[in-house]
Design a protein around this ligand. Structure first.
Ligand SMILES: Cc1ncc(COP(=O)(O)O)c(C=O)c1O
Length: 427
C-alpha cells in the first residue's frame, strides 16, 4: 500500500486546515505520527471546544437558574444559548425540545423510563438486533418492569434491516407501543430507513425513538425528515466533550411525559404531601446540569456548522470509500457491513484471518496496530447480540471524522498486512 501525502486536500473539506484545529493529531504514538481511526468510539476535540470550556470555567462560572448575580446570569445565558445551538443543529422547532443528559445512554434511559409509564403486559416494544447495548438494555428493563414484550428486527446477509421478514412477521402491529432504532449502526455502518419505519410506527399509534449517536455527528440532521418523536445523541462523538448528551423530543410529547429523576430544578412547587413539575426541558434535568460541558457542545456545534455538515458527510464518504476498497483488497479481511456506499456510514468493522486460517483476535490486531501508531477499536463494540447474530465473538472497527485522511487509512491497511504476516506467515 502506498502512503499518500498527509496534507492532501479533500474535494469537500480543507482537511489540512481542519487538522490544524486538533492539536492531538500532531502527537506521536509508538514513535510515529498518530493515525486516529476510532472516532465512532469518541471523536477528537478542536481547540475551539477546549477554549470555550476553559473560558467559561475561568471567566463565567456559576450555577445556572438559581444564582441571581452577574455570573449566574452569564452562566445561565451560556447554558441556554448552547441548548438553542444544539436545537438548531438537529432542526428542532424550539430550544425547549432539547433535554440535556450526560450521554446518549442516559437519553435512551430517560426515553424508556418516561414512555414506559403506561405500558402493560401484552404491549410490545420493537428494537433491532444491530442496536448498541444502550438501545437494548433500557427497553429490556422496561419490559421486565411492565410485562411488555421486547421484539426485534433481524438483519439481511449484507447487514441491513430485514424489512421483508419484519413485514411478513407483522413485527410492527397494533400491540406495538414503542419502536426504537439506531439511525446508523456503530458496527455495520448501515444507515437505517428510520423515516420509513417511523411511518410504520405511527400508523399503529406507536412512538418512534431514534438513537442518533452515530448519525448526528456525521450527517446533516433534520428531526422532521427522520420522522422521529424522540432522538438521542451524545456530545463526545460530535467533537464535543464527554459528560453531555441530549434527548430531542417533540414539545407536546415531552410535555405529556412524567419526570425521570427527581431533585432540584425539575420542580414547580414542592410540598411534603406532593410536588408539581416544571415544563420541559427542565422537568427532565434534575440537579445541577453539566454546564461547562453544554457550553463545549455548543462550541462543537458551531464548529461543525462552520464546516458544513454536507461537506463533513461528503468527506467521510470519500474516506469510507477508500477504506472499503482497501479492506476488500486486503487478504484475510471479512467485512461485516454493507460493502457499497449506499446508505452507508463511516464505521467499518471486519475480522482478520491469517493465511493458515487462524482468526486473529481483535485485541491482538488492536495492539499490533497501536505499535504502528494506528488507533482502532476491537471487541464487541457494545453490540454483543449483533456479533452473536453474525456468528462471531468480536471484530475490529475503523472509523473516521472530518479530520481523517486517506493517508491514515493507508497506514491502517499497511499495518493490517503486517499484522496478518506477524500471526500467520505470508504465503
Ligand atoms: C449507536 C450508539 N448508541 C449509543 C451509544 C452510547 O453512547 P454513550 O456511551 O455516549 O452514552 C453509542 C456509543 O458508542 C453508540 O455507538
Amino acid at each position: 500500500m502506498t502512503v499518500t501525502d498527509e496534507t492532501e486536500v479533500s474535494m469537500a473539506l480543507d482537511v489540512a486546515a481542519v487538522r490544524s484545529d486538533f492539536p492531538i493529531l500532531t502527537r506521536d504514538v509508538a514513535g510515529v505520527p498518530l493515525a486516529y481511526l476510532d472516532s465512532a468510539n469518541t471523536s477528537q476535540k478542536p481547540r475551539a471546544v477546549v477554549d470555550a470550556i476553559s473560558d467559561h470555567l475561568l471567566r463565567h462560572n456559576a450555577n445556572v437558574a438559581r444564582a441571581m448575580h452577574t455570573l449566574g446570569a452569564e452562566a445561565t445565558g451560556a447554558f441556554e444559548a448552547a441548548r438553542a445551538k444544539v436545537a438548531a443543529f438537529v432542526g428542532a422547532a424550539r430550544p425547549e425540545e432539547i433535554v440535556f443528559t450526560k450521554n446518549a445512554s442516559e437519553a435512551l434511559n430517560l426515553a424508556a423510563h418516561t414512555l414506559g409509564a403506561g405500558l402493560r403486559p401484552g404491549d410490545e416494544i420493537v428494537v433491532s438486533v444491530m442496536e448498541h447495548h444502550s438501545n437494548i438494555v433500557p427497553w429490556q428493563l422496561l419490559a421486565q418492569r411492565t410485562g411488555a414484550t421486547l421484539r426485534w428486527f433481524d438483519i439481511t446477509a449484507e447487514g441491513r434491516l430485514d424489512l421483508d421478514r419484519a413485514r411478513a412477521e407483522g413485527l410492527v402491529n397494533e400491540r406495538t407501543r414503542i419502536v426504537s432504532l439506531t439511525w446508523v449502526s456503530n458496527v455495520l455502518g448501515t444507515v437505517n430507513p428510520v423515516a420509513r419505519i417511523a411511518g410504520w410506527a405511527h400508523a399503529v399509534g406507536a412512538t418512534m425513538v431514534v438513537d442518533g449517536s452515530q448519525g448526528v455527528p456525521h450527517l446533516p440532521t433534520s428531526v422532521a425528515e427522520l420522522g422521529a418523536d424522540l432522538l438521542a445523541f451524545t456530545g463526545h462523538k460530535m467533537l464535543g466533550p464527554t459528560g453531555i448528551g441530549a434527548l430531542w423530543g417533540r414539545y407536546e410529547l415531552l410535555a405529556s411525559l412524567p419526570p425521570f429523576l427527581g431533585g432540584g430544578e425539575m420542580i414547580e412547587v414542592v410540598r411534603m404531601d406532593g410536588s408539581t413539575y416544571a415544563p420541559p426541558p427542565h422537568r427532565f434535568e434534575a440537579g445541577t446540569p453539566p454546564i461547562a460541558e453544554a457550553v463545549g457542545l455548543g462550541a462543537a456545534v458551531d464548529y461543525l456548522t462552520a464546516l458544513g455538515m454536507d461537506a463533513v458527510a461528503a468527506h467521510e464518504r470519500e474516506i469510507t470509500e477508500h477504506l472499503l476498497t482497501g479492506l476488500s483488497q486486503t487478504p484475510g479481511v471479512r467485512l461485516l457491513g454493507p460493502a457499497d456506499l449506499d446508505d452507508r456510514g463511516g464505521a467499518v468493522s471486519f475480522t482478520l484471518t491469517t493465511a493458515d486460517g487462524f482468526e486473529v483476535h481483535p485485541h491482538d490486531v488492536m495492539q499490533l496496530l497501536d505499535s504502528r501508531g494506528v488507533a482502532v477499536r476491537g471487541g464487541h463494540h457494545c453490540a454483543r447480540p449483533l456479533h452473536d447474530r453474525l456468528g462471531i465473538a468480536t471484530s475490529t472497527r475503523a472509523s473516521s471524522h472530518a479530520y481523517t485522511t486517506t493517508a491514515e487509512v493507508d497506514r491502517l491497511l499497511d499495518a493490517l498486512a503486517y499484522t496478518r504476516d506477524f500471526f500467520g506467515g505470508a504465503r
